[in-house]
Design a protein around this ligand. Structure first.
Ligand SMILES: [Cu+2]
Length: 150
């Protein structure tokens, strides 16, 4: 009996995550939507103390979250979906309008300024995954730029 218990303890110790990067997310926000608008964007700054990749994002408040990148292609701004975003060790990666961003898709109801959108970021390194919980506060965007969102 004693031997079995020791073996069980050994197994549970081995199944603890051997790897955990320290990831800090700052200035997380989401863009408030206009009535009827089904998509929006979420933005933040992410810094990791190890080389990891952001491999998926989900939210209980949003049916589908995609990782996107906007880039100039000649004179045209194009957006594409990414499988992952690299988070190099010690570098602050910006998710911002016009660059990397999270796309909030198939919205069932408008996002109102002041809403808090919970997001779960999954980062991966060497086949191991870790979840990072983030809360993005919705902000209304003033000015003319809001009509150029995608
Ligand atoms: Cu997008």
């Amino acid at each position: 009996m004693k031997t079995m218990l020791a073996a069980a303890l050994l197994i549970s110790a081995a199944s603890l995550p051997a790897w955990a990067a320290s990831i800090s997310v700052t200035d997380a926000w989401a863009r408030a939507t206009m009535p009827g608008q089904k998509v929006s964007g979420a933005y933040m700054q992410i810094r990791s103390d190890a080389d990891v990749r952001l491999v998926s994002v989900s939210s209980p408040a949003v049916p589908r979250v995609e990782m996107h990148e906007m880039k100039m292609d000649g004179d045209v701004m194009r957006m594409r979906e990414l499988k992952a975003i690299d988070l190099p060790k010690g570098k602050t990666v910006l998710l911002e309008p016009g660059g990397f961003h999270l796309m909030l898709m198939n919205l069932k109801k408008p996002i109102v300024a002041g809403d808090v959108i919970p997001l779960t970021l999954v980062v991966e390194s060497g086949g191991k995954q870790q979840a990072v919980e983030v809360k993005a506060e919705a902000r209304a965007m003033g000015g003319g730029m809001q009509h150029h969102h995608h």
